[in-house]
Design a binder for this molecule. Structure first.
Ligand code: THU
Length: 163
């Protein structure tokens, strides 16, 4: 039997330690959270994407039929990919507020959003930096793949059928 480590390099820093581009993306994510429709959870999430230098935002949109709801990250990704299918997504910032204001802890993407981010990353063949904002600090992951070890991919023999 063998054991292996899944190594994930996450940077943890304060807001003021971020570069100007990252600060701009975090501010855009915070602003986008205002457009969330989250009457069921009360958790308003904003995501901002840097696609070839252009900022594209999204927010979570809930539904009375709960599974119909979409997260802020996937709302932003769908917009970015629909408006600019050949664009390269360099980074995504995520921020969220509850009833008491923006979260202290960094907001981390759910599993479905990680898998979705990964697909865009594989498609564009370059990593997407993930900036997870919290008022007490920010996590930065270098790629979606780094947040999803042993991620799902179609087995090679299945994939060939569709290629
Ligand atoms: N949500 C997001 O939009 N992004 C995340 O990264 C985590 C969760 C949304 C889904 C739901 O509308 C609400 O937050 C509570 O889970």
């Amino acid at each position: 039997m063998q054991k292996t480590d899944c190594d994930t390099k996450i940077t943890f820093c304060s807001y003021r330690q971020l570069g100007d581009e990252d600060k701009k993306l975090v501010e855009a994510a915070k602003t986008a959270s205002a457009s969330a429709y989250a009457p069921y959870s009360g958790f308003m999430v904003g995501a901002a994407i840097n696609c070839d230098g252009t900022t594209v935002t999204g927010s979570n949109q809930e539904n009375a039929s709960y599974p119909c709801g979409i997260c802020a990250e996937r709302a932003a990704l769908s917009t970015a990919a629909s408006c600019n299918p050949d664009g390269t997504i360099r980074a995504i910032a995520i921020a969220a507020r509850g009833r008491d204001g923006f979260t202290q802890e960094p907001v981390t993407p759910c599993g479905i959003c990680r898998q979705t981010l990964l697909e865009y990353e594989l498609r564009q063949k370059s990593p997407i930096r993930i900036i997870m904002h919290g008022e007490s600090g920010t996590y930065i992951a270098p790629s979606a793949a780094s947040l999803l070890p042993l991620s799902f991919a179609l087995p090679k023999e299945n994939k060939e059928l569709h290629d």
